[in-house]
Design a protein around this ligand. Structure first.
Ligand code: FAD
Length: 240
């Protein structure tokens, strides 16, 4: 049986652990906190999940496969709200996305955004592209589900901060060896492998606004202003 030590139980580490455990590997998952904890990139309530990736067909296909797989793992993890893309230009990222989506048979349409949102300013928009199959992934719950299913499939969890020791992994009192080691430590990777990789860690601010019932998701879709680097969703579970 092939063996693997996976360091980090964010969405990438937990998903890898789950799949390899299901495939019959001997899996050890090392995590100092908990899957999807509040400081991890995979923590928090929600993420937009959508197929649009500009002209990039590979990521467009991959995102659609991801949506199918999340639904297969647990349909409750995906909120089917749709996502609206606010295009400021006729020839921008959204137009390239539209071509790729149509080519790959993924539903999308140009819509009047005032039909989707209780209020929205449109005078600076060239058009709005709506992706009805897109939506919201319950981020923390999804990451925890992956870790729980990894354990159910036989993975062992070690609660410790791992550090590399040549091909081995030091995790608390344990020295772990396996055929493969996966370092899935997200923003912590430069602290572990600063000499090997250059990674710029950025911060995104998440804001919650009080909103009336007319802003409830899934009736209100997610939205992205790609050129403005803003995105959001309606009121999910009363959190604003
Ligand atoms: C605010 C925000 C909004 C985002 N919005 C979207 C979105 O809408 N759509 C989308 O697709 N993506 C979005 N992303 C990106 C996506 O969430 C991240 O790319 C993804 O969650 C990163 O997962 P990860 O497993 O690489 O890292 P993380 O989730 O950070 O996991 C790394 C794990 O490694 C653990 N770790 C650290 N050091 C060690 C160690 N020494 N040993 C063992 N374990 C260790 C940590 O405790 C952590 O649990 C967003 C991210 C953020 C922060």
């Amino acid at each position: 049986m092939p063996s693997v030590v996976i360091c980090g139980a964010g969405v990438f580490g937990a998903a890898t652990a789950r799949q390899l455990a299901i495939d019959g590997w001997d899996v050890t998952l090392v995590e100092p906190v908990a899957a999807g904890h509040v400081r991890a990139g995979s923590g928090g309530e929600s993420r937009l999940i959508r197929c649009s990736h500009g002209a990039d067909r590979w990521h467009t296909r991959s995102a659609r496969r991801g949506l199918e797989l999340w639904r297969a793992i647990d349909p409750a993890l995906v909120v089917e709200a749709g996502v609206a893309w606010f295009a400021r230009r006729e020839d921008g990222w959204e137009a390239a996305s539209e071509v790729a989506l149509r080519e790959l048979g993924i539903p999308c349409e140009r819509v009047d955004p005032t039909t989707l949102f209780p209020s929205v300013r449109t005078d600076d928009l060239a058009f709005t592209l709506y992706e009805p199959e897109a939506g919201i992934l319950r981020a923390r719950d999804a990451t925890r589900t992956l870790a729980v299913q990894a354990v159910a499939a036989g993975a062992r969890v070690v609660r410790a901060a791992a550090r590399p020791d040549g091909p081995r992994v030091i995790a608390g009192d344990e020295v772990l060896e396996a055929d493969h080691v996966v370092w899935a430590c997200g923003g912590w990777l430069p602290a572990l492998f600063g000499e090997l990789l250059s990674l710029r860690i950025t911060q995104q601010d998440v804001l919650f606004f009080g909103a009336g019932a007319e802003w409830e998701t899934p009736d209100v879709p997610g939205w992205v202003d790609y050129d403005g680097a803003f995105y959001g969703l309606g009121d999910l579970d009363g959190r604003g």
